[in-house]
Design a protein around this ligand. Structure first.
Ligand code: COA
Length: 383
């Protein structure tokens, strides 16, 4: 029985900052951001939207009434929770009118959480083939104004419906994973922004990739020629390229060019959005599916990395007529219709926070699932 991604969609807020404007404001050569990091625009979120908003918007685009009756489990992978106890999944479950006899919970391991959720969804459907699982990978990547990580911020959510007989991609059950207890990026309780050793995190990312890649070759008896494309976690789009290039010595020049062309297709959306933390790999996957011409039956390799650090390499196979299940035009429109912010607007929006004094405040953000009120520290969302 095939199990995999039956539907996939993503959501980003309506605002972005151009990286040339950020470079100019920070007295940096714009090429450092556009070429050195591979980022052109960065999604910016107002205080009246959070991971619940992002996740609900992403999922609402793909779920039918029938799906909502068949979903047994809602899993949100995130490191941007607004609550240490209650999960965003429970709120999203209600906002989307999913049938009540469902499990809803959050998964955390830095940027790896979405992959943990996806694999758990696979295992559940393997035991319960008639049921469906909604997986959401949602995050808001914030390092702080004027910080070293500022150009690698962003936000958004990717929603995936995991079912048997999927229309888009099937798991090949070939995961190779790796854990290493390191402090390259972490966010202790009480910190608004992560603590990060950026250059160390780059190195651990690359080392983790080469480790799971080598192990994958041994365990699954594969090499690069078995994959139509390799996709990567994308904290910024140059990062995955650096990892891909780390295995170039084992390939012919033609093979390097083939994978680099697919890589460019996979980073198109991330160049315009920035970092989604745990959603980044799956935004890359969506970009590859929308922008490339891969054939049914071909295999895509996925490298997931979450600082701290856990990584996983696995593959999925493209289903017959998968293109018919994509929402390419809506995805293009979502990115094209956003509003550019000036630096002053970005800094203001970035710094705004919802009140935390327990009082009652109303807000006028009318966008889907935005927060319209906070009272006694409960967030109320548009429905
Ligand atoms: N034109 C073109 N490229 C330029 C440039 C210019 N004018 N100036 C610098 N660059 C290149 C550098 O050569 C470098 O490329 P390389 O990585 O291929 O060598 C790249 O831009 C980044 O420059 P660097 O000096 O390393 O940037 P930085 O000290 O500001 O740090 C990060 C970059 C990514 C480490 C930092 O933004 C960060 O800490 N981000 C958060 C953590 C993160 O994203 N980690 C990823 C793994 S999870």
């Amino acid at each position: 029985m095939n199990i995999g991604i039956d539907k996939i969609s993503f959501h980003v807020p309506n605002y972005y900052l151009d990286m040339t404007d950020l470079a100019n404001a920070r007295e940096t050569d714009p090429n450092k951001f556009h070429i050195g990091l591979g980022q052109d625009q960065m999604a910016i979120i107002p205080a009246t939207q959070d991971i619940v908003t992002l996740g609900a918007c992403a999922a609402a685009k793909i779920l039918t009434t029938e799906d909502k009756q068949a979903i047994d489990m809602v899993i949100v992978g995130t490191e941007s929770s607004t609550d240490f106890s209650k999960s965003a999944a429970v709120i999203i479950h209600r906002l989307l009118d999913i049938q009540p006899f469902a499990r809803s919970f959050e998964v955390k391991q830095a940027c790896y959480g979405g992959t943990a959720a996806l694999q758990q969804a696979h295992d559940y459907v393997a035991l319960h083939p008639e049921r469906k699982v909604l997986v959401i990978a949602a995050d808001i990547a914030k390092y702080g104004l004027n910080s070293g990580g500022e150009p690698t911020q962003g936000c958004g959510a990717v929603a995936m419906l995991v079912t048997k007989d999927p229309h888009i991609l099937a798991f090949n059950n070939d995961s190779v994973f790796y854990s290493e207890d390191v402090y390259d990026f972490w966010r202790p309780a009480g910190h608004d922004y992560p603590l990060v050793d950026g250059h160390m995190s780059n190195q651990i990312y690359i080392d983790s990739f080469t480790r799971v890649w080598e192990q994958n070759k041994k365990v699954n008896q594969t090499d690069s020629t078995d994959y139509a494309a390799l996709t990567f976690h994308l904290p910024y789009t140059k990062m995955g390229r650096k990892a891909l290039r780390a295995i170039y010595p084992e390939m012919s020049e033609a093979e390097q060019q083939r994978l680099e062309a697919r890589y460019d297709e996979a980073i198109s959306y991330s160049r315009q959005v920035g970092n989604l933390y745990t959603g980044s790999l799956y935004l890359g996957l969506a970009s590859l599916l929308d922008n490339s011409d891969l054939a049914a039956g071909e295999k895509i390799g996925l490298f997931s990395y979450g600082s701290g650090a856990v990584s996983e390499f696995f593959s999925m196979t493209l289903m017959e007529d998968y293109k018919k299940s994509l929402t390419v035009e809506a995805n293009y429109a979502l990115l094209a219709d956003r509003q550019a912010l000036s630096i002053a607007e970005y800094e203001k929006m970035f710094s705004e926070k919802l009140p935390t004094d327990g009082g009652t405040y109303s807000f006028s953000d009318s966008s889907d699932f935005a927060i319209n009120k906070i009272s006694e520290d409960i967030r109320y969302y548009n429905k």
